[in-house]
Design a protein. Sequence first.
Length: 245
Amino acid sequence: MSELSDIIQQHHDIVFFGGAGVSTESGIPDFRSSTGLYTTHSGGKYPPEYLLSHTCFTMKTAEFYDFYRRNMLYADVKPNAAHLALAKLEAAGRLRAVVTQNIDGLHQRAGSKNVIELHGSVHRNCCQTCDANYGLDFILHTEGVPHCPACGGIVKPDVVLYEETLNSEDIGAAVDHISRAEVLIVGGTSLNVYPAASLVQYYRGDYLVLINKSATPCDASANLVIHDSLGRVLQEACASVGPPG
């Protein structure tokens, strides 16, 4: 922990790359752990991978939204210690960007400004017919398939579903930040979800730090590996952080 604190204190061009494990301490389940979404919903009529696919949204839109509302929307959760620590690092001028695979918007709620959302956000929703935009409350306060009040078109969440490609501008921004970072902190991700996991290969900086409760494929190539609670680690490591000297 002291080594991580020293690394943070000595650098001012840090990028954080995170996954579902960043938000589990806020009460949002991950996907692939023993208590994750894919495990707890494996016995249903359709597997979660199908229910969160472009095909399901197109062909069985009602079933998509039933699953999506019950399992992907957590309007009452709050940022945890990890989100708050990263926002503190950015405010201190040390963290350049957060690259996240999460769609919950908790980094922004914690105060982070430069957040690249590789998989989109539940807080953005768009009419497929007239391109009108709606927030999360609109989805939460509709039933069944949400239709645009302006034109009657179907409203789709701005999240990347299975069978869809990541936004090229977001990928480009993530690659740019990661490739120029002095320090890359990777946290709360198994690094098994592609193409997002492949972004680590663009890192050329001084310190690759991995913080995750379980091992990842990149552990052997990292400068520092911590298998512990991400929130506790970041909170402690950033406790005395100040602006760059």
